[in-house]
Design a protein around this ligand. Structure first.
Ligand code: SF4
Length: 297
């Protein structure tokens, strides 16, 4: 088997895992919310989520029927031996996984309005490259976002005079008006930058950060805590029905320096079936899976 074939083979198996098993941190927070919840209907929904997770493994099926558009976030070392072939190999892995997992056909060519049937198409799967100098490793996040949790995402630019209170209002409004339709409890990723694009990228990055980690800026972390407390206090629970334990799995904020005259803010949601997996390869394709411990592919 060539190195390329080995990479495709491991990636197909990893996509399979991500579709069927939630990461440890997400299962941990779901379990805490289930134990804290006191509303009978909300508690029953948590029980059905855990039954769903068990059945996904025992019946070898994806956790949710909407397996999303595949997204790959790469931090690739300039000396990683397969750096030039990554896009082609990820395209192939996506096509194979579509049949073997199986994945729902979720790539519709825009303007042609035709489903390709392979989960591949123009710029799909989505691949974001980060380059790491003087490294021969590859860190790869695989993420599947269904249509339901993509729909409520929002990005806007406000006057800096709106302040951080303006950002908090924007996040809360987006959550209450749109987010609750996205199968709560939700991961809420907040990005703060200059333009809609930079804020949206940071919001996605924030939504992929493991739950329980914090922004290294103390003020930004206070915002994470305050938003989480506020959103969990609006009286909603799983699937947007009344609940006492809350409706978010966590709030992560990612930020950057901004233009003095503009403050961009964005929100990106992940649903309770937050299918994120992180794998690190060395140059020989030995690998470590960071967020699904004790897992063998
Ligand atoms: S929001 Fe998530 S859990 Fe709900 S249908 Fe979409 S992918 Fe499935």
């Amino acid at each position: 088997m060539t190195l390329e074939q080995k990479f495709v083979d491991i990636t197909v198996k990893f996509i399979d895992l991500v579709a069927k098993v939630l990461p440890d941190d997400v299962v941990g927070v779901l379990s805490t919310l289930r134990d804290k919840e006191t509303e009978p209907m909300a508690k029953a929904i948590y029980e059905s989520m855990f039954e769903n997770m068990e059945k996904a493994v025992s019946m070898n099926r994806p956790i949710c029927q909407d397996t999303g558009v595949l997204q790959f976030f790469l931090k690739v070392g300039t000396k990683f031996p397969l750096i030039d072939k990554l896009s082609d190999m990820l395209l192939e892995a996506t096509t194979v996984a579509t049949n073997t997992v199986p994945l729902r056909h979720n790539a519709v060519e825009t303007f042609i309005e035709k489903n390709t049937g392979t989960n591949t198409g123009k710029n799909v799967p989505y691949i974001e490259y980060g380059i790491v100098p003087n490294s021969d490793k590859l860190e790869m996040i695989v993420y599947m976002a269904g249509g339901g949790c993509v729909l409520p995402g929002r990005s806007m630019v406000m006057m800096p005079s709106a302040g951080y209170e303006g950002i908090a209002d924007f996040v809360a409004d987006t959550m209450v008006n749109w987010g609750i339709n996205a199968c709560p409890p939700l991961v809420v990723g907040v990005g703060i930058g200059t333009c809609v694009a930079s804020a949206a990228k940071l919001a996605k990055k924030a939504s992929l950060r493991p739950l329980g980690t914090k922004n290294d800026n103390a003020q930004a972390h206070i915002m994470e805590q305050q938003l989480e407390k506020a959103l969990n206090g609006i009286g909603l629970g799983p699937q947007g029905i009344p609940g006492k334990a809350g409706c978010v799995l966590g709030v992560n904020v990612e930020n950057m320096a901004r233009h003095p005259s503009a403050m961009g803010a964005a929100v990106s949601f992940g649903c309770w079936a937050h299918r994120r997996g992180t794998i690190v390869f060395d140059a020989k394709l030995n690998y470590e899976i960071l967020d699904h411990k004790n897992t063998v592919l």
